[in-house]
Design a protein around this ligand. Structure first.
Ligand code: GLY
Ligand code: MN
Ligand code: MN
Length: 543
């Protein structure tokens, strides 16, 4: 090749690259969590693992919807957090120390992934495969799932094998390396007992880690677990420990429990502790995604406020929210959308959304966009005709004041229950004042749920539920629900109000991430009086 030809070939190549680059960049969103983020999370897990242990994480199961149609696949959030891998039929091993399999390769983690398969990929989309998992996710040691059965990992040589117990609700497909086979192989390799009971193991572990002075308290806690579970009650050691009358007897039982636990090295409780601790606190990269999900959802609420009218159906209202989510590139909803007009709002997780016209009632809308894995959870309750009635406003204002008190109590160091206690007090006082209840304890009838949960990759996210730490996100979501036929004046019947915001806890106090969606009755009425782009969106009438 002469120099000029070579030069022009290079020029042509460079030009082609120039044109192809934006095409590649536009192919997929680029603001996902990075391989470094996931690697860093695995490092933290490793640091929290006991000596000589292996942690085993399985991908989520695929779920069948009907016949040959499956539900859209969703990765197990822990698995996603640690790998970034979004496909099914995968298993991740993290070792507390370096492993050397004798072939000079030292590794401290292994990822088993779905094998590439051109035919399956033609139908259902690209798979990363071994090479993709290395180049995209940054793993060094990756194999096809079919290798797991033959893997040299000797699970019995570890002091503990940490894993989340199985839900036993996954199918065996024709694929010989699907989740079913991976779990079957794991059970064979670990001598997993047929009668393994994770709840029993967790309580045994509690007994093992208690000292004599504290054993009476632990027995009391265990008693509460046993009272809700007949199977646990039948266990002689657990019942014996709970009913023991002195420390000596408890010590004897503890020795027997220790012996039982040492019969195998399986531990299905430790990973829960590790993942809850890690996932409770969000990194900056996670916060960027979570904030985006929350802001998208808040904008959805604003657009619906503008578009709402009494002739709208619950389904259409849901559709407007979800259309906004898609406009912003949110892949999913974090949970099934809840849109309940009037009495339907009294069903806490009403997802039928089937009322053809919301009429002049309040409409309770609890929805959250899921953006790159992170989900929002925002609720607004608005009058379909744009104006709160006197009774609707009276109930609304109690819930609003309860939420204000709850948000104010969401500060670093406060117990997790603080917002709930603050909100409940306001609701109880308000209901007493309006004569809807006569005694404090009747308040639960109309406010029957908790006020807060963590938010993140799961809508009810993992966390320790201990005192608030900075960089955690919780919801504050009081509500009052007065179903038809309630034991109070008829004028309150069918009023259901929930207000839910997503609150970032910081050293400088709580920050309302969903504040973009109006919350006061005055602000809501103002936004509802504005015109909506959807007013001109008319479709042909279908018979
Ligand atoms: N959307 C479910 C919840 O508020 O917890
Ligand atoms: Mn919630
Ligand atoms: Mn909610």
């Amino acid at each position: 090749m002469n120099m000029i030809y070579q030069h022009s070939a290079m020029l042509l190549f460079a030009i082609l690259q120039l044109f192809s680059l934006p095409a590649i960049a536009q192919d997929a969103a680029t603001d996902f969590l990075s391989a470094d983020f996931h690697r860093g999370r695995r490092e933290l897990v490793r640091k929290m693992m006991p000596e000589n242990s292996v942690a085993v994480f399985f991908a989520n199961a695929e779920r069948n919807r009907a016949n040959d149609v499956d539900y859209i696949y969703h990765q197990n959030p822990d698995f996603y957090y640690l790998t970034g891998y979004k496909e099914p039929n995968a298993v991740l091993l993290i070792f507390s120390e370096d492993q050397n399999d004798g072939s000079n390769s030292v590794y401290d983690e292994v990822l088993y992934v779905q094998e590439r398969d051109p035919r399956a990929e033609q139908w259902n989309g690209k798979r990363l495969g071994v090479e993709g998992a290395k180049s995209t996710l940054g793993f060094k040691t990756v194999f096809n799932g079919s290798e797991f059965a033959k893997a040299s990992t000797e699970f019995k040589n570890f002091d503990s094998v940490l894993f989340f117990d199985f839900e036993n609700d996954y199918r065996d497909s024709k694929d010989t390396a699907d989740l079913f086979d991976l779990i079957r192989n794991f059970k064979e390799k670990t001598d997993y007992p047929a009668d393994y009971d994770p709840a029993k193991q967790r309580l045994y572990t509690m007994i093992k880690s208690t000292d004599v002075e504290n054993s009476a308290n632990v027995a009391q806690t265990l008693g509460r677990y046993l009272s809700n579970d007949d199977k646990l009650k039948e266990d002689a050691l657990l019942s014996g420990f709970v009913n023991a009358t002195d420390d000596n007897l408890r010590s004897e039982i503890k020795a027997k429990v220790d012996l039982e636990l040492s019969a195998n090295n399986l531990n299905s409780s430790k990973l829960s502790e590790i993942m809850s601790t890690l996932r409770e606190t969000k990194t900056e990269a996670e916060m960027a995604l979570l904030k985006k999900a929350v802001e998208i959802s808040a904008v959805g609420q604003v657009e619906v406020m503008k578009a709402m009218h009494p002739k709208m159906s619950e389904t259409e209202i849901q559709g407007v929210h979800e259309f906004v989510y898609k406009k912003y590139g949110a892949e999913y909803e974090g949970y099934p959308s809840i849109v309940g007009g009037g009495n339907n709002g009294c069903i806490l997780h009403y997802i039928e959304n089937s009322k053809p016209e919301v009429g002049d009632d309040l409409v309770l809308m609890d929805l959250g966009a899921e953006y790159h894995g992170y989900t929002a959870d925002v609720t607004r309750t608005i009058p379909a005709n744009g104006k709160f009635t006197k009774e609707q406003k009276q109930i609304y204002d109690i819930v609003y004041n309860a939420q204000e008190a709850g948000i104010k109590a969401s500060v670093v160091g406060a117990p997790f229950q603080a917002p709930g206690q603050a909100a409940s007090q306001v609701v109880t006082e308000g209901l007493l004042q309006l004569g809807i209840i006569e005694k404090d304890d009747e308040s639960r009838t109309y406010f029957p749920h908790g006020t807060s949960h963590y938010l993140g990759l799961d809508v009810h996210d993992k966390g320790t539920y201990q005192a608030f730490k900075p960089n955690t996100v919780i919801t504050v979501e009081p509500g009052i629900y007065i179903p038809e036929g309630s034991d109070c004046d008829k004028k309150w019947w069918g009023i259901a109000v929930r207000i839910e915001d997503d609150i970032l806890i910081t050293d400088d106090g709580p920050v309302n991430l969903s504040a973009m969606a109006p919350r006061t009755t005055k602000e809501i009425e103002k936004v509802m009086s504005q015109s909506s782009a959807l007013e001109d969106f008319e479709l042909p009438v279908l018979n």
